[in-house]
Design a protein around this ligand. Structure first.
Ligand code: NAG
Ligand code: NAG
Ligand code: NAG
Ligand code: NAG
Ligand code: NAG
Ligand code: CA
Ligand code: CA
Ligand code: CA
Ligand code: CA
Length: 834
């Protein structure tokens, strides 16, 4: 039997492999033309052993014939009795059908579709395949997302870093000063501080990856080349909790995506995370940012691979609010700088060994580089891809974006020895999260995405001292998103610890691996480890925390560690996030059939003995023939119902009816109206669920007119903010602007006329200084700082830099005295070219 099966398989393979050869592939379907009607066609079909499948579409006298005894996919048109049909005089024409090769257009990654004139375009190997002989790495499908029309329009991204060169010729056009701030200099101009060592190139490089202008004959092309890009300068000075919190909280209603490529030292021994203010800033951004949809924080997972660092010890990466991104090399290898951990969601290409290619982007001093490296590269790439997804669907929440990345990222050829499939069917690894990002899949999913159900959280602290406790959690969270384990561990050498968490479905996630350099005796004091590896799994059941203490030579074997306490925190949803629940469905735009019509009455009884008891209080002067309100002969107030369903007297008419005082009748409102004053479409006061009151003409409609939005609570079309021409769900969540305003994110900002500038504090156009004919707010600001900060600020002005380098070296010593924390994750040593 087994042998036989094998033979069949081989046979099928042979047929398949022969079929697409140089010749045609013949099917067992024929197209024939037979005048004389269906009966005639059926007869001829029967005569030669065919089955007539009927007329071909709208083609008269053309029929689709099928012959079951002809090989289905043959390389030759086999002859036999059936072929005599071609010679039958009744048959005007007949043709055996051949298979025509058809390829889905968008799958083809032919670069000839888009050619940009930017000089580095051909070097952007991670976006397109330039020449077919070279190794092609276009699996992030960025080109395909562009071809679907998404380039980041109206989305706002900002780079939290050491500044951004806002007048760089490849950034200036997309630069948005409303998305920018200088926390270090406390002004509105995030231009980096220039020094001879080019210490502050990082932010400008990250910005170009997202937003370099396309087809402008300059440098490169950004992933979201029509996005609005800003920069928040915050790394060039002492970085404190306050500086971080301020930076994460800048214009959260205006900025959609914050990209950060920094974190605690990647030395393999630090355990550090956001301080109390920064934690609050994350929560604020998530709850209030983007007008309640939640700010998107994209984070680089870390560059401490060579130091054996583990990104679970980086509290920025392991926060559930950040989207942590890892890197892979162009060959799908693990880069030397990669840090492993369970909170990584997805991965992009970046640099690798010296013979592997790096990333092209804008560089300081108006230059261009193809040497950008590390996980610093990966956060901006994903920020750009999320910008494309937001353009496709402005209403994605912060959690929707994470779900989209989980669903659309793929392992492809990324090499890791720990790829596994979790119980929800997602492939996931501690090196790469859910795999390489896919921009096209992101925009396609985003377009049809339904917001996931509300986030629920439940936590459980097993009893102290119990070494083997199992927690049964059944409340609230049924489908998992993030899982957090908070531990209090005292330990003589922290780096000896390995921690694993095993889900009820048996999926195992490593929360911490040994760290060779971490000799700290501080243990973990309520440290939170986070994993995304159980995403989509069911929460219910037994969770197991496993702690492995591998005694290293560096340590006294007498002293043991102690797990004092641990808490399991499950985040997720009570309903399946990917299936529309019945609750969501009832909110759909369907007009409900009025329940009122269903008043069922017993058939009227024959007229019987006269009733002489008391009448219902709603009965009028003519009395009644029974005690109830439907036994009245006339009414005090109104009669409701119909002859068919039976009438009853009421003091007020039910919903869906209005009170006709002349006839003392409750009359039906126009369909869709809940309350009304008369029966026509324009007499509504309120509307049934799913419809909205158009206050312009008092009608109920399912789509509000331009300038209005549908308010679900009041079931009314409310007016958009006066600067908005169109808005979504909220008055100030604009999607198009009135005359004189332009859209930025979901806000309309005034286009200031000559002689005025947009004043950031007052959010209005304000007059320029009298000496200026035109101005921008930025120039005024830099004038101010020039006065207060002295000659050091001369170097902020790029013309000096370009023309006179000696000025730079003169000030270098002065700058070196300023304190700067080495907090950047990535420092590129790549070549700078101009
Ligand atoms: C880029 O600009 C050139 C003109 O400089 C134009 O011919 C070409 O079509 C543009 N490419 C794209 C993809 O828009
Ligand atoms: C812990 O629980 C597991 C599974 O329930 C069991 O196999 C093991 O023997 C228990 N260990 C201890 C120390 O109780
Ligand atoms: C009310 O106005 C909307 C458009 O704003 C229109 O579609 C609708 O037909 C109008 N209804 C009535 C009853 O005038
Ligand atoms: C502002 O001035 C520029 C050049 O001086 C001119 O091209 C532009 O049309 C003016 N804009 C307005 C709104 O007056
Ligand atoms: C640069 O400026 C310094 C001081 O202003 C001047 O001495 C020097 O000659 C200038 N160098 C060049 C190349 O212009
Ligand atoms: Ca500044
Ligand atoms: Ca360019
Ligand atoms: Ca790290
Ligand atoms: Ca994270």
């Amino acid at each position: 039997m087994a042998f036989f099966l094998l033979l069949i398989i081989v046979t099928v393979l042979r047929i398949e492999s022969v079929a697409p050869g140089p010749g045609n592939v013949y099917t067992n379907h024929w197209a024939v033309r037979i005048p004389g009607g269906r009966g005639q066609a059926d007869r001829i079909a029967a005569k030669y052993g065919y089955i007539n499948f009927g007329q071909i579409g709208s083609l008269e006298d053309h029929y689709h014939f099928h012959h079951s005894r002809v090989v289905r996919r043959a390389a030759y048109s086999l002859k036999g009795p059936h072929s005599f049909i071609h010679m039958d005089p009744e048959v005007a024409w007949a043709e055996q059908q051949v298979v025509k090769p058809r390829v889905k257009r968008y799958v083809q990654s032919d670069p000839s579709f888009i050619h940009f004139n930017d000089p580095k375009w051909s070097n952007m190997w991670y976006i397109h395949c330039n020449d077919k002989s070279s190794r092609c790495r276009s699996e992030m499908n960025i080109l395909a997302a562009w071809q679907r029309g998404y380039t980041g329009k109206n989305v706002v991204v900002t780079i939290l870093d050491d500044g951004i060169e806002r007048n760089h010729p490849d950034l200036a056009q997309n630069y948005d000063h409303l998305a920018s701030y200088d926390v270090n200099g406390n002004d509105h101009d995030p231009t980096p501080r220039y020094d001879s060592r080019n210490e502050n190139i990082h932010g400008t490089r990250c910005a170009g990856q997202v937003a370099a202008v396309a087809n402008n004959s300059h440098c490169a092309v950004g992933i979201a080349y029509n996005v609005r890009i800003g920069g928040i300068r915050m790394l060039d000075g002492d970085v404190t909790d306050l500086v971080e919190a301020m930076s994460l909280g800048i214009r959260p209603d205006y900025i959609d995506i914050y990209s950060a490529s920094w974190g605690p030292k990647d030395d393999g021994k630090t355990v550090d995370g956001p301080g109390p203010l920064t934690k609050q800033a994350f929560e604020q951004g998530i709850n209030k940012g983007r007008k309640g949809l939640g700010s998107i924080f994209v984070w680089a997972s870390g560059n401490g691979g060579r130091q054996g660092d583990h990104c679970s010890c980086d509290g920025y990466t392991s926060s559930i609010y950040t989207i942590s991104i890892s890197s892979t090399t162009e060959n799908g290898n693990k880069p030397w700088y990669l840090e492993v951990c369970s909170s990584i969601i997805a991965t992009t290409y970046s640099s690798g060994e010296f013979n592997e290619r790096k990333i092209v982007t804008t560089d300081l001093r108006h230059r261009c580089t193809d040497g950008h490296t590390g996980t610093s590269v990966s956060a901006p790439i994903v920020a750009g891809i999320i910008a494309l997804a937001l353009e496709a669907n402005l209403l994605l929440t912060w959690r929707d974006v994470q779900h989209l990345l989980v669903k659309t990222s793929r392992p492809v050829h990324l090499k890791a020895d720990d790829w596994k499939t979790n119980a929800a069917g997602f492939r996931v690894s501690h090196l790469y999260g859910f795999g390489l990002v896919d921009a096209e899949a992101m925009v396609l999913e985003a377009m049809k995405w339904r917001t996931v159900p509300a986030q629920h959280t439940c936590s459980h602290t097993p009893e102290r001292r119990t070494r083997n406790e199992t927690a049964i959690l059944t409340q609230h969270v049924a489908y998992l998103e993030h899982v957090v384990v908070k531990v209090l561990i005292v330990h003589p050498r922290r780096g000896d610890l390995e921690i694993n968490l095993i889900s009820p479905s048996g999926t195992r996630s490593q929360l911490l691996a040994n760290r060779l350099f971490d000799s700290s005796n501080e243990g973990f004091r309520n440290w939170e480890f986070m994993t995304v590896h159980f995403w989509g799994e069911r929460a219910e059941g037994t969770w197991t925390l496993e702690i492995v203490d591998s005694l290293s030579k560096l340590r006294n074997p007498e002293v043991l560690g102690n797990l004092k306490e641990w808490t399991l925190v499950l985040h997720g949803t009570s309903q399946n996030p990917y299936q529309p629940s019945s609750a969501q469905h009832s909110g759909s735009r369907m007009v409900e059939i009025p329940a009122l019509e269903e008043i069922l009455e017993e058939p009227e009884l024959e007229e019987e003995d006269e009733y002489d008891g008391p009448c219902h209080s709603e009965c009028g002067d003519q009395g009644c023939d029974g005690p109830d309100s439907d036994h009245c002969l006339n009414c005090v107030h109104f009669s409701s119902g119909s002859l068919k369903s039976g009438r009853t007297c009421v003091s007020h008419c039910p919903l869906g009816h209005y009170e006709d005082t002349a006839s003392r009748r409750c009359r039906r409102c126009y369909k869709g109206c809940e309350r009304c004053v008369a029966r026509s479409a324009g007499d509504c006061l309120s509307c049934r669920r799913g419809l909205f009151l158009n206050t312009l003409n008092s009608s109920c409609i399912d789509t509000c007119p331009p300038g209005y939005f549908a308010d679900e609570n009041q079931r009314q079309c409310l007016k958009c903010h006066n600067t908005c021409m169109r808005c979504l769900r909220y008055a100030d969540r604009c999607t198009a602007c009135s005359e004189g305003y332009s859209l930025a994110g979901m806000t309309c900002v005034p286009e200031c006329t000559n002689g005025t500038f947009f004043h950031l504090e007052e959010m209005t156009c304000s007059p320029c200084q009298s000496s200026c004919r035109t101005c921008t707010e930025l120039r005024q600001q830099s004038l101010n700082t020039l006065q207060t900060q002295g000659p050091l600020f001369l170097i902020y002005s790029p013309p000096f830099l370009a023309s006179n380098n000696s000025l730079l070296s003169a000030t270098a010593a002065e700058q070196a005295t300023r304190c700067k924390q080495p907090r950047l994750l990535a420092w590129s040593s790549g070549n700078v070219s101009s």
